[in-house]
Design a protein around this ligand. Structure first.
Ligand code: BV8
Ligand code: ZN
Length: 242
């Protein structure tokens, strides 16, 4: 099916729906200038996320992990939402509580764009958590390598979900609620390799949602969705909302 026909079909589905979810990955932030994880311009070529985004890596060499996160905070801090994020704001304005974003991204750009109903399933790079007393705080300022807790001197870590760590139960519960209620699910800019996020589209589809994938290329999930639109999120999403 031609992209323009697919876009018209999907736009009609969205216009008929009361409950729509966007499941977003690093690709939705790519046009903001934030590198993705696994693309050719992948994050810090020498390292794969699977090597640094783990508690083992942090225990072994917290300085290296903090250098990576501070480098990413620096990049993200200078970037702004792109038309794909702005299209999600329009969808929330149109559908209200009937619209939710389930994002794997930790860059906070959906919130910065103005979306309120955002489930950040992998946490947020602007928050830290103390490895001793557990306090969670927001830090927009530049952090040192191995920042310490002001309360107890404990070593802070980024408040994100690393590989091998469980997702927050409440967030996961709310995520499944939204997936099960959804009539349309837009899977945007994710390679679909990281679990449990990689199963969310199947969950929505299993309950009868119409699932569309928007990506630069075919992914591991392309054969499971109802429609796969190849293109840039920043160009396709605005065409789906008036
Ligand atoms: C868990 C946060 C229970 C930190 C991240 C074997 C089989 C199955 C599962 C596993 C397994 N072994 C281990 C697991 C579980 C593991 C997992 O899934 N591993 C994978 C690698 C196989 N998952 C976990 O550990 C999760 N926890 O399962 O808990 C448990 C408990 C104990 C023990 C076991 C299990 C936790 C996973 C969370 C990891 N944290 N990040 C941080 O960001 O620093 S993951 C990281 O990858 C990011 O969050 C990122 O968002 C995420 C997924 O990547 P994508 O967003 O998809 O980005 P990617 O670069 O891959 O793709 C970008 C896409 O965009 C591409 O397709 C590209 O074509 C497209 N694109 C680019 N530009 C554009 C575009 N599309 C549109 N427009 C554009 N302009
Ligand atoms: Zn502390």
């Amino acid at each position: 099916m031609e992209n323009k026909d697919a876009i018209k079909l999907l736009k009609d589905k969205i216009n008929q729906a009361k409950n729509v979810v966007v499941i977003s990955g690093a690709g939705i932030s790519a046009e903001s200038g934030i590198p993705t994880f696994r693309g050719k311009d992948g994050l810090w070529k020498k390292y794969r996320a699977e090597e640094l985004a783990t508690n083992q890596a942090f225990v072994r060499d917290s300085s290296l992990v903090w250098e990576w996160y501070n480098w990413r905070r620096e990049i993200i801090g200078s970037k702004k939402p792109n038309p794909a994020h702005e299209a999600c704001v329009k969808l929330e304005k149109k559908l209200g509580k009937g619209f939710s974003i389930i994002t794997q991204n930790v860059d906070g750009l959906h919130g910065l764009a103005g979306n309120k109903n955002v489930l950040e399933i992998h946490g947020n790079i602007w928050r830290t958590r103390c490895t001793s007393c557990g306090i969670v705080e927001e830090h927009r300022e530049k952090l040192t390598t191995n920042p310490r807790c002001e309360k107890c001197e404990g070593l802070l870590r980024p408040d994100v979900v690393w590989f091998g760590e469980s997702l927050d139960e409440n967030i996961l519960y709310n995520t499944f609620q939204k997936l099960l209620e959804s009539e349309v699910a837009l899977v945007v800019g994710t390679s679909g390799v990281v679990y449990p996020a990689a199963q969310f589209a199947d969950t929505a589809k299993g309950r009868g949602a119409y699932v569309a994938e928007i990506n630069l290329e075919k992914t591991a999930k392309s054969s499971d969705v109802d429609i796969s639109i190849i293109g840039k999120a920043g160009e396709i999403l605005p065409l789906l909302v008036d």
